[in-house]
Ligand binder design. Sequence first.
Ligand code: UT7
Length: 326
Amino acid sequence: MKRARIIGTGSYLPEKILTNHDLEQTLDTSDSWIVTRTGIRERRIAAEGENTSDLAAKAGAKALEMAGVKPDEVDLIVVGTITGDFPWPATACMVQQKLGCSNAFAFDLSAACSGFVYALTTAGKYLESGTAKRALVIGAEVISRILDWEDRNTCVLFGDAAGAVVLEAQEGESGLLSSHLHSDGKYWDLLYQPGFGAVHPPTSQAMEERLQYLKMQGSEVFKVAVRMLSEVAQEALAAHDLSSEAIKLFIPHQANMRILEATAKRVGFAPEQVYINVDRLGNTSGATIPVALDEANRLGMLNEGDLILLDAFGGGFTWGASLVRW
Ligand code: UT7
């Protein structure tokens, strides 16, 4: 059976670092509140004129370089994002142009913070079915542009980044073993961007009501996130009759240190099995998992045959876990 194997990873972080102390200058907040409640110390912010497709293309180029795959050998590009360059066309098309992937078909996928796991799963199906041989899968966000910088409940939590993987259809035991995806639309308004879609077009009244910015009911999201992240991680382990000890590295969505720790504890992961970078990057939405995967890969933490569990949760609500053999 053909599997979608990860043969290259890449990530890109904007240069500008915004620390909690920087936020203290403009907002009624404190480093100690943010660190205690979230574990976040700093985050990256894209420069003016630096857009999601720029971050995505830079991460994608690094992944292609590691994989030794030329741009014209890519058949498919999927970008998981909720902060694309434009409402449409797809940011994936701009990435295709920037990288010169002239033979690829390209589309975006909207699943908020679960965007990368959804995109990886979708691309994996094209490879398993033989529709495509090589895919570039990217999670990329410039979420700083949809944050209300006057709302301390949300703006301290997020940051900008992009991460990418190159998938190749290969025979053998390594690759994407399974994905377990879920959604529950009854929670859609706990975490969303009210403007400017069909419901709230860009009128001056909508701007006055600040509808262009992300809205979140944090404590409600928190409770559901921990439950769903742990349940779907357990579902992935159970599907392969595995215990938590079998996993070399658990890469959960990096939203909040307390969510990560609570999830890891419920599923039974030891601290050394869990990859964490939320302290340095904050919540980069669809980019958290591929950035973490690339960092772990480049640190030499992953060896052939290792089992890696990716675990995502985001607006929608959407959530899902993917089990990968390296
Ligand atoms: O990617 C998935 C999406 N996002 C998430 O997973 C985030 C999920 N939620 C969370 O991470 C947490 O709920 C938060 C970090 C957002 C908030 O933590 P919490 O422990 O749930 O705090 P809270 O919402 O209960 O707020 C406690 C207090 C409030 O003050 P009052 O009403 O008790 O006086 C807030 O106004 O903390 C206040 N507060 C702040 N204070 C200083 C909220 N944000 C800040 C801030 N600085 N930045």
